[in-house]
Design a protein around this ligand. Structure first.
Ligand code: DGL
Length: 302
């Protein structure tokens, strides 16, 4: 049984899900958030459904020690490929993703009868056709132009941002057809991409609605918490809402120092002492669930 004071657990392959954390902290000022970035195994976008599903199941299994009242799969790739199977594996946990909120925003972004909507995402997300299905459910007549943009995640994780010439070059190549065909809206179908919004906006122009699903996702989570009766309210706090940084604890499977260094680009504040959870800890859980003997692997704070 979940309680309003339990945390929201947010996961991604790397740092991209922090764009969703930022939106959640803004929208839900009384919630605590536990973030998990699977940085050792990033990128998910070039992997297959069984691998991604296995990783996400391991992480949600690990999350149970924090007793989350809600799990947000803040990764489009994992939402597109793993969500139904993961929900079936953890029927006692409320789990939501980012595709449906993003598709809802895309479907409402243009007043035109047959809008041309561009979608950029990882190879796995594009291959899954998850956005196409989710948008068409709401706007049957929308025309869609989809492009996989696999170079963007490694560049963002490397710390490259909007004025970097490699970023500019990659975006111009990837968005060439979309600008030529004059899209009406562009879905940033990966939680890393909002970091490049200024550069994307420069290329597509001011008239194109650029949709990042983080805010929509935060609205969606807020509604789900209210529906489940688990939303944290001011009355539950000991005093005034604590500042954003103290409401967030973060875990990564590799290089906690990098999260501490780059986290501020996503959040507007630095992440204090992220904790390392080596992937062995997650595989050890698999061994435990198969009844195999487990070795002890410590978690380490940066
Ligand atoms: N941030 C992720 C997404 O939203 C995935 C990036 C990756 O690991 O390829 O798709």
């Amino acid at each position: 049984m979940s309680h309003p004071t339990d945390p929201i657990f947010v996961l991604d392959s790397g740092l991209g899900g922090l764009t969703v954390v930022r939106a959640l902290l803004d929208r839900l000022p009384y919630e605590r958030i536990v973030y998990f970035g699977d940085t050792a195994r990033l990128p998910y976008g070039s992997k297959t459904r069984p691998t991604i599903t296995h990783f996400v199941k391991q992480i949600i299994g690990w999350s149970e020690r924090h007793h989350p009242k809600h799990v947000v799969v803040a990764c489009n790739t994992a939402s597109a490929l793993a969500l139904p199977e993961v929900r079936a594996a953890f029927p006692h946990i409320h789990i939501s993703g980012v595709i449906e909120p993003g598709a809802r925003a895309a479907a409402g972004a243009s007043g035109k009868n047959e809008p041309l909507i561009g979608i950029i995402a990882t190879e796995a997300t594009i291959r899954s056709r998850a956005y196409e299905i989710a948008i068409r459910k709401r706007r049957q007549r929308a025309r869609l132009l989809m492009t996989a943009t696999p170079l963007l995640v490694p560049m963002i994780e490397e710390g490259r941002r909007n004025d970097d010439p490699l970023v500019e070059l990659a975006l111009r190549q990837y968005l060439r057809q979309m600008t030529r065909d004059r899209i009406d809206a562009l879905v940033l179908g990966c939680t890393h991409y909002p970091l490049l919004k200024p550069a994307i906006r420069r290329i597509v122009g001011e008239d194109v609605a650029v949709i990042d699903s983080a805010q929509q996702c935060a609205e969606d989570v807020a509604a789900r918490l209210v529906e489940a009766g688990t939303a944290a309210t001011m009355g539950l706090m000991m005093g005034p809402a604590s500042e954003d940084r103290s409401r967030l604890s973060a875990f990564v499977t590799d290089d906690p120092d990098r999260l501490a260094r780059l986290g501020a680009d996503f959040l507007g504040f630095g992440v204090e002492a992220p904790t390392l959870v080596p992937p062995e800890v997650l595989y050890q859980q698999d061994a435990g669930s198969l009844g195999l003997p487990a070795m002890t692997v410590p978690e380490i704070s940066a």
